[in-house]
Design a protein around this ligand. Structure first.
Ligand code: AMP
Ligand code: ZN
Length: 407
């Protein structure tokens, strides 16, 4: 039989007539990290494949390039998705319901938003954010999409097409921002010219644009597609470095405060495998390729480490992250005493004269960063030192850490 592998694309011939479990074993693939697809159908570890079959093994990890059927827990039909940490399997319909229920539960238990709130969903064109937008629309929420063009060659073009097609099919509104058109630089240039790593400036730009688009568009809340795997990997990274201030802010809801829109992560209870299976079963065309610039970033290594633990002890990720929310987060909560003021350049909230985005942008474009009072020689404010310290901390702890104080 033919096996098609992705990231990078390749094909191998293997002996058929056996279970998916054995096929994955021979290929050394952890079943929790892939979807196994035959034509338009998902297969579980217990399904058998024949000699003439062609199957696709599609990785679900984002952040890098890597007869005796099970029965549905709910209705006892043949299962198509297995969730080992719940010791459960679902048929397609019951699985879709399971995902929507998990999202509903996340929204309600954290009071993320209500039926009249205007929601801006940040959509990258990947499985998570499109699945999220789909669920919110299905649940009847007032959700618009936001696509940010990062200028990463074909990868960005394909992401843009996918996001636009999704919006068109559902007659949903997509807000479009383009870094190069609207701010004069793209991510590859930023990585070459600025002092920050490519991933750091990309993350900074996303936080900035998401917030600004939400505030200026009059949205109540901004929602991102971060899933359980993302959050567990980020928490692991923050914990390994004891970044207590980041740990304190790693909540599925960051409340609105002085110039910052409320931010929510309604998929935090769902694994990557679940969001990928959901997107597939809903027929959502999403970008399977990963960003070509992030290969091997630290976030990806933490995900791989968590997956290794998960493969021998299913449930580890959920215990780690959901357990943190339940029992550890209160221990890290602290008073945020920083005084926020408007950036002299763009008006977005910051602790210093200029926000981190405007400082990075000026550096990339080779511009001097002066506020309106510059000609009169405005005095240095004490906050400048703090600003410098924060900028340095950003260099050390850059990349993936999203929803951190982007100030
Ligand atoms: P990432 O930073 O790639 O891990 O993505 C985390 C979340 O940020 C995604 O689930 C999306 O909600 C959002 N996101 C990432 N890239 C974009 C983009 N180019 N445009 C809009 N939203 C994005
Ligand atoms: Zn600014």
């Amino acid at each position: 039989m033919k096996v098609r592998l992705r990231n990078p694309d390749r094909e191998v011939e293997l002996a058929g007539g056996r279970k998916i479990h054995d096929v994955l074993g021979e290929l050394g693939i952890n079943p929790d990290t892939v979807l196994v697809i035959r034509e338009r159908e998902l297969l579980t570890r217990e399904d058998r494949v024949g000699e003439a079959d062609v199957i696709e093994i599609r990785p679900v990890i984002s952040g890098g390039s890597g007869g005796n059927r099970m029965r549905c827990r709910r209705c006892k039909d043949p299962a198509v998705v297995e969730i080992r940490r719940h010791n459960a399997a679902f048929c397609a319909d019951c699985f879709l319901r399971h995902v929507r229920e998990q999202v509903k539960r996340a929204i309600e238990s954290h009071d993320m938003f209500g039926p009249t709130d205007r929601i801006l969903v940040a959509v990258s064109g990947g499985k998570d954010s499109l699945a999220l937008w789909d669920v919110l629309l299905e649940l009847g929420y007032r959700a618009h999409g936001l696509y940010l063009g990062l200028g990463i060659a074909e990868y960005s073009e394909r992401s843009h097409d996918v996001a636009r097609a999704f919006a068109r099919e559902r007659d949903a509104h997509l807000v479009e921002v383009d870094l190069a058109r609207d701010y004069g630089f793209d991510v590859p240039t930023a990585g070459r010219k600025g002092s920050r790593s490519t991933c750091a400036v990309c993350g900074l730009s996303k936080r900035y644009v998401f917030n600004r688009a939400a505030r200026e568009g009059g949205y109540d809340v901004i929602a991102t597609g971060h899933n359980l795997d993302d959050e567990a990997a980020t928490l692991l990274g923050n914990t390994l470095r004891w970044q207590t201030d980041y740990i304190a802010r790693q909540s599925p809801v960051l409340p609105e405060e002085e110039g910052f829109a409320r931010k929510v992560k309604p998929l935090y209870r769902l694994s990557e495998l679940e969001t990928a299976a959901f997107a597939f079963l809903r027929g959502i065309d999403y970008v399977v390729e990963e960003c070509p610039l992030v290969a091997g970033n630290t976030q990806l290594r933490y995900k791989e480490a968590m997956n290794q633990l998960e493969s021998t002890s299913p449930g580890t990720k959920a215990q780690f992250f959901l357990g943190y929310l339940d029992r550890a987060a209160p221990l890290f909560a602290m008073q945020d005493e920083v005084q926020l003021v408007g950036c002299e350049r763009c008006g977005q909230p910051t602790t210093g004269r200029f926000c981190a985005f405007c400082r990075a942008r000026a550096q990339i474009l080779g511009e001097r960063l002066e506020g309106p009072g510059a000609e009169r020689g405005s005095p240095r404010r004490p906050s400048d030192d703090r600003e410098t310290a924060e900028a340095l901390a950003d260099e050390v702890m850059p990349v993936e850490i999203y929803g951190t104080p982007g100030r």
